[in-house]
Design a protein around this ligand. Structure first.
Ligand SMILES: [Cu+2]
Length: 295
């Protein structure tokens, strides 16, 4: 595993500008290594409700015998070391994972109102304890998600657990619907509709200072990662784009397309991670998913 540090900030550039928490995650140089092995995969989702229970991912702290065990469920705001284990069906910490997009575990942390968002990659110690440095700037109700594929299970699951950050808490509504997000000097626009059932096509277009970006860099084997969270229950979907870097047909921007099926109607917050100039940034959007209509 890498030994990089993460420089996390809350994400979620708001159309209404009511809460200044734009930012970026520093470039993860460790991810500059070859991604050629990922060529050829097409759009797919993990954690998206493909398991027998038929539920969306992320709603359960324990699933298929695997449990997300946070070392602490109440923390203070600011810098913290988030530590946790994945306990297997035998109750012991799991140490054997199959990599998903270059990593054995993807950790997503989101504020319940879907204002802040972090996507980081913890380190696994020999005893099965995962840990990562986080900066959670403010008190509130948070949700922690782990995308994992325990080798013994043979497929991906997304576990979710609540994390409380202690202190005075000023709840905010989910950010209003938006189709353009600004992060640093980038503007990302979103076209297409989020539908249930057969995946609607979402196109995210990245511009920098008004100029289309045509040299997006692969991040974890793709030109973008889209995490979709439902307001109200934080049902979780992680989607990878159509086409892969190095497949000979997929352009490195300005558009990245995703076939995305929402796990039901509702309001969703979409977080696009993209990498350019060696920095990973997150653009956030709010969309409403309507039922899919058959013609
Ligand atoms: Cu990840």
């Amino acid at each position: 595993m890498s030994t990089h540090t993460h420089d996390q900030h809350a994400h979620g550039t708001h159309a209404n500008g009511g809460h200044a928490n734009g930012g970026h995650v520093a470039a993860d140089q460790a991810q500059a290594h070859a991604h050629a092995g990922h060529g050829g995969h097409t759009a797919h989702a993990h954690g998206g409700g493909d398991h027998p229970a038929g539920l969306p991912g992320g709603l359960q702290i324990t699933q298929d015998g695997y449990t997300l065990d946070l070392a602490e469920t109440v923390v203070r705001p600011g810098d913290l070391d988030l530590r946790f284990r994945i306990l297997g069906p035998d109750g012991r910490p799991v140490t054997d994972y199959t990599s998903i997009h270059d990593r054995d575990l993807h950790l997503i942390v989101a504020q319940r109102e879907l204002t802040g968002f972090w996507h980081v990659h913890p380190e696994l110690a020999d005893d099965g304890t995962w840990s990562v440095r986080l900066h959670l700037p403010e008190a509130g109700a948070y949700r922690v998600f782990t995308d994992i594929a325990p080798t013994a299970l043979g497929r991906t699951i997304t576990l979710g657990a609540d994390l409380a950050v202690a202190g005075d808490y000023d709840p905010r509504p989910t950010p209003a619907p938006n189709r353009a997000a600004v992060v640093d000097d980038y503007e990302v626009t979103l076209d297409g509709d989020l539908t249930t059932g057969a995946g609607g096509l979402l196109t995210l277009t990245v511009r920098r200072n008004g100029v289309p970006v045509t040299d997006l860099q692969p991040y974890l084997g793709a030109y973008g990662h889209l995490v979709v969270l439902r307001a109200g229950d934080l049902a979780y979907v992680h989607v990878h784009p159509n086409g892969a870097p190095g497949d000979g047909v997929t352009a490195p921007g300005p558009a990245v397309t995703f076939h995305t099926a929402a796990p039901g109607v509702g309001t969703y917050r979409l977080f696009l991670d993209f990498r350019h100039d060696d920095t990973v940034r997150t653009a956030a959007f709010t969309l409403t998913a309507a039922a899919h209509h058959h013609h």
